[in-house]
Design a protein around this ligand. Structure first.
Ligand code: ASP
Length: 454
């Protein structure tokens, strides 16, 4: 079954839309009480409540928070989670979290406890000593590594150069250099000047996957020779003085290549951030085996293409400001969220939560969730927050990701007993499969198109 080809037979006819049910009267209703972690839910039709659905939990987020409100001051669970999203090497529809929540601890306490857990794990299982994990603000991670989960084993960094390209005639650079939503950055690769043309072409194709329209470069053959010592399709378009400032800033010496990205900030960060990782592996540049860190100071919200806002962690994360400040300038608000990153993979993430009803409602309002909808969807949480909820927070680790990294596997598929394929199917049982008419009838479902196998 897919969401798009199912009809629900209730008193009237209901038709499933992604994330909502349209009932016979044409109204759309949310179908489930799910914890919004930002992915699509897997839905399970209810036999006993015609036309209603369960959502498989994306995580036990709200349940663990309610346990804290109920007076359990510490919670720990190995939890199965389900998210219907595009699969990657570190994502599966069904995965396992080590899920933790506590009352009365702040972010430092929670990060210390969980860091100790991970440090002990690596020491006992692999004999690896991590030492204290560095903390890096998200803004720095994006600026230097183009990623919210930087792989610090790779000694290459992005260096912004907008200021040197604002006034050049070359529009490919001058345009983005003058646009605050854009980014112009340089990536120096030591010894890269010997790279053959074909390899540069391959990297150009590679960054294209992330939306980059090209990959400008300068090969530094002999700096002392001025422009003649530089091999590049772009140097003739940029004054030598500016080029020299750029080459000094990235630390370029003879024998290096410097790549450039100039476009919307998101495209540049993703494209050059991914190129940085690819180069690190292709050229065997990794400086160590393990590079863990905490990423902190996340913004509360990220902006969608239509200008609306989405919670960066989840909407129950506490901001670092007052409700008034949050409402006045939501885009500037930072959250009390933290992610643990290992070798470029997000191992776990969490936050201090909102434990105050007014603040929770402010966040909902900023997200465009009306009072009615707040009550409809999250009434149970808002009610709980009335009863004097303790300050609380927690974190969840991806157990499969942890095992993947510890065993040196390249995908969590390798460490899950019966994983799904890239298209979210089970090769062994052939699930998802066709269901017989009787089962569908019991579930009040009628298929719009008959599956071929029937
Ligand atoms: N529930 C969150 C997640 O699955 C983790 C947390 O905030 O504790 O990402």
């Amino acid at each position: 079954l897919t969401q798009a080809n199912v009809e629900v037979i209730t008193d009237g006819i209901a038709e499933i839309l992604p994330g909502a049910v349209r009932t016979a009267d044409g109204q759309e209703r949310e179908v489930a009480r799910a914890t919004p972690e930002g992915a699509r839910d897997y839905l399970v039709p209810s036999r006993t409540h015609a036309g209603s659905f369960f959502a498989l939990p994306q995580s036990p987020q709200l349940f663990k928070q309610l346990l804290m409100v109920a007076g359990f001051d510490r919670y720990y669970q190995i939890a199965k989670c389900f998210r219907d999203e595009d699969l990657r090497a570190d994502r599966q529809p069904e995965f396992t979290q080590i899920d933790i929540e506590t009352s009365f601890l702040d972010e430092k306490d929670i990060m210390d406890i969980t860091e100790t857990m991970v440090r002990n794990l690596f020491k006992e299982v692999l004999g690896v000593e991590f030492g204290e994990l560095p903390h890096m603000p998200l803004a720095e991670a994006m600026r230097r590594f183009g990623s919210d989960k930087p792989d610090l084993r790779i000694p290459l960094e992005l260096v912004d150069v907008e200021d040197q390209l604002k006034d050049v005639e070359f529009k490919v650079f001058a345009g983005p250099a003058n646009d605050p939503k854009c980014r112009v950055t340089a990536l120096r690769v030591p010894g890269g000047a010997s790279m053959p043309r074909k390899q540069i072409d391959d990297y150009t194709k590679f960054v294209g996957i992330y939306g980059a329209k090209g990959l400008a470069y300068i090969k530094v053959n002999e700096r002392a020779a001025g422009v003649d010592g530089l091999q590049s399709p772009i140097v003739k378009n940029i004054p030598l003085d500016n080029i020299n400032v750029i080459l000094d800033r990235v630390g370029a010496v003879d024998g290096d290549i410097v790549f450039f990205g100039a476009d919307k900030a998101k495209i540049v960060s993703e494209a050059l951030g991914a190129l940085r990782i690819k180069l690190g592996h292709d050229l065997n540049l990794l400086t160590c085996e393990w590079a863990p860190l905490w990423v902190v100071d996340f913004p509360m919200f990220e902006e969608n293409d239509d200008g609306s806002l989405t919670a960066m962690h989840h909407p129950f994360t506490s901001p670092k400001c007052t409700p008034e400040e949050l409402e006045a300038n939501p885009a500037a608000a930072l959250s009390r969220a933290y992610d643990m990153v290992l070798n470029g993979t997000e191992l776990g993430g969490g936050s201090i939560r909102i434990h105050d009803k007014a603040m929770q409602q402010t966040v909902f309002r900023v997200l465009g969730i009306s009072e009615d909808e707040q009550q409809e969807k999250f009434g149970f949480l808002l009610d709980a927050l009335k009863y004097g909820a303790p300050p609380h927070g927690g974190l969840a680790f991806g157990l499969d990701r942890l095992v993947m990294l510890m065993t040196g596997a390249s995908s969590i598929r390798e460490v899950i007993a019966f994983p799904k394929t890239q298209s979210a199917a089970c090769v062994m049982t052939q699930a998802p499969g066709v269901v017989d008419a009787k089962s569908l009838r019991e579930l009040h479902i009628r298929l719009r198109e008959q599956a071929k196998a029937e």
